[in-house]
Design a protein around this ligand. Structure first.
Ligand SMILES: Nc1ncnc2c1ncn2[C@@H]1O[C@H](COP(=O)(O)OP(=O)(O)OP(=O)(O)O)[C@@H](O)[C@H]1O
Length: 254
């Protein structure tokens, strides 16, 4: 990393409670140009809750979120996405009866702010098709373009979510466990892809797969009980006694 790197995402003092449970405690972190910043922590630490507050799906009790220098705290999810905040879609966002290509074209249509009217016409739109095919090539799903989404493996659906998000040409990515359910070869392929993607769109990556995290991350933040207990390079995190005690040690991940 160099000093010239700019912050594309800044989270300041975010807090969120669900009743008596404080799921985010005064969280501050940032994401810089060209980097992958991994967010790790035990189950229930509050990783997804944090991602949802950044994407605009969940409203924090206090704190601010800045995207590309703009305070987006008052903006909804759609407005944040239009500013370039990409988010891997939940599997439920895919239309299971549609083909892989159709789902990706719908993503590309959404990226243009298009309205879904006559699907037949949409599927004849050369520019949309090219955009969708390009995204499918990048994630390694082009050979499956005509398959029904319902017939894909779990891992392939995760790849498709990334392809759909890519059609929106995001300037930064929030990814919540993209490796989940991928076999060894799937996660290796996705690791290679994310490694390349970071220069185009930096990534805040929530991931339990420690091999992927330590292979990819420029920096890691560790979240425990809603609190960031450490942020640092992979070596700093690996050797941090508090992190080892609170998280890594217990999982024997290093
Ligand atoms: N909508 C909600 N209502 C009440 N409690 C919630 C809600 N969403 C999350 N929680 C609680 O907040 C805490 C943080 O959950 P969260 O899903 O953010 O953790 P996580 O680190 O993403 O976990 P995992 O690694 O298992 O996905 C958990 O105790 C969870 O039960």
């Amino acid at each position: 990393m160099t000093d010239q790197m700019t912050q594309v995402l800044k989270v300041r003092n975010l807090s969120k409670s669900f009743g008596a449970l404080q799921a985010s405690k005064n969280i501050s972190l940032d994401l810089k140009t060209g980097e992958i910043h991994a967010l790790i922590g035990p189950n229930g630490a509050g990783k997804s809750t944090l991602i949802k507050q950044i994407s605009g799906e969940l409203c924090p009790d206090s704190g601010e979120v800045e995207v590309l220098g703009q305070d987006v705290s008052a903006l909804d999810r759609v407005a944040r996405a239009q500013l370039g905040l990409g988010r891997t879609f939940q599997i439920s966002a895919l239309a299971m009866e549609f083909t892989v290509l159709q789902n990706t074209v719908l993503g590309a249509l959404g990226a243009r702010g298009g309205v879904f009217r006559f699907f037949g016409n949409v599927m004849r739109d050369k520019a949309l098709l090219q955009q969708a095919e390009h995204a499918l090539k990048r994630v390694g799903l082009i050979d499956d373009a005509m398959r029904r989404t319902a017939d894909l493996s779990h891992g392939q659906r995760r790849q498709l979510e990334v392809a759909v998000a890519l059609t929106m040409a995001p300037k930064l990515f929030l990814m919540d466990e993209p490796m989940a359910g991928l076999g060894a070869s799937g996660s290796k392929a996705l690791t290679t892809f994310l490694d390349e993607l970071r220069t185009e769109a930096p990534i805040l990556l929530v991931e339990h797969d420690m091999d992927a995290v330590f292979a990819l991350a420029d920096r890691i933040s560790v979240l425990v009980y809603g609190e960031v207990i450490a942020t640092g390079t992979t070596d700093e995190i690996r050797n941090d006694p508090e992190v080892r005690r609170a998280y890594l040690g217990e999982e024997e991940a290093v």
